[in-house]
Every structure is written in C-alpha cells, then in structure tokens.
Design a protein around this ligand. Structure first.
Ligand code: S3P
Length: 174
C-alpha cells in the first residue's frame, strides 16, 4: 500500500516582490514547518546566480531547471515553499504545483511590487529601462494563471509578512 502523505506542502506563488520569501519564512516559523526557496535551490543546483543563468543560457534553461526542482519538491511533504514568480508560466508546472501541495497566491498591486523590488537587481526580467511598465505587462499576462492554479488567494498590499502569514494560518485551520 502506498504510504500516506503527512502534512501537504504549502506552495506560495505570486509575482516577484509579492513577499513569498519573507511571508514563507514567517509562515514556516508559526506553523512549525521548514521553509525552502525554489530560487535558492536553483542557484545551488546551477552553481551560479539567476542573472548568470539567464545571461549565459537563457530563460528557457532557467525554466527547465525550475521544473526539475518543482518535480523534486512534489515528491516531498511538510514544507513551506517559496516558488519563483514565473513558476506558473509553463503549463507543465501547473499539475506539479497541485501535486506538491496546497497552492496559495500572494497577490500584490504593481505599485507595491515596484516599491519592494526597485533597489534589487537580482531579477533579470526586471532589469529594464521601465520596470513598472514591465511589471504591469507581466502581471497582466500571468494573472489568470496565478488565480486559476491557486486554491487560496491572499491580498498582501499594506500588510507585513507576519500579518499575511497569520492570515494564511487562520484560513488553513478553518
Ligand atoms: C522570476 C521570478 C524570480 C526568479 C526569476 C524569474 C519570474 O523569483 O525565479 O528571476 O519569472 O517572475 P522571485 O519571484 O522569487 O523573485
């Protein structure tokens, strides 16, 4: 008989700067779970930064590694996972996200996202002349995907990571 899974993973999705990492750390702490960050695993696996993966091998190579990492996570349980903002871009990742656990979309407005990411140049997709325009374009293209794959959507504008984490905990305990 197949072994029964313990606590499902909590998969945090959302745009860059939505607070997946900060909220994920708080959530893991208050839930007594372990936090992992997909981008960090990708960087370790590739042995180089995300900017370097994009500039040396292109976005497609990055997406391939992202899918490999997601597959590995989908075989495990009990973790809070901060997913990369573009994890919903490839159709092949959608069933993997659902298999991995409960998917929670952290929603944020373009203005709030911009404020959170503007001083950080570690995100190749936002290293452009007009980042706010790029944020709006990408968000518009991705929004339905985030909403459709998520079981729960949480608005994060004006809330601290701890407040968002507490809200998620409450919803999960209902
Ligand atoms: C990306 C988001 C980033 C990282 C990469 C691509 C995206 O993760 O995976 O730069 O396509 O939205 P964060 O959302 O953690 O910044």
């Amino acid at each position: 008989m197949a072994e029964k899974k313990n606590i499902r993973n909590i998969m945090l999705i959302g745009f860059m700067g939505a607070g997946k990492t900060f909220t994920g750390r708080e959530l893991a702490r208050i839930m007594g779970m372990r936090f992992i960050d997909m981008d960090e695993i990708i960087v370790k696996k590739a042995g180089m930064s995300i900017n370097e993966i994009f500039s040396r091998y292109g976005e497609e190579r990055f997406r391939d590694i992202e899918t490999e990492v997601l597959k590995e996570i989908s075989d495990k349980d009990g973790m809070v996972v901060g997913c990369g903002g573009g994890v919903i871009v490839k159709d092949r990742n959608l069933p993997l996200l659902k298999k991995a656990g409960i998917v929670i979309f952290l929603k944020a407005s373009p203005e709030v996202i911009y404020e959170r990411v503007k001083d950080d140049n570690s995100r190749p997709l936002l290293n452009v002349d007009d980042p706010i325009r790029r944020i709006k374009e990408l968000l518009a293209r991705r929004m339905d995907r985030y909403l459709n794959v998520a079981e729960i959507t949480i608005d994060t504008d004006g809330k601290t990571p701890l407040e968002v984490a507490e809200e998620i905990k409450q919803v999960l305990e209902k």
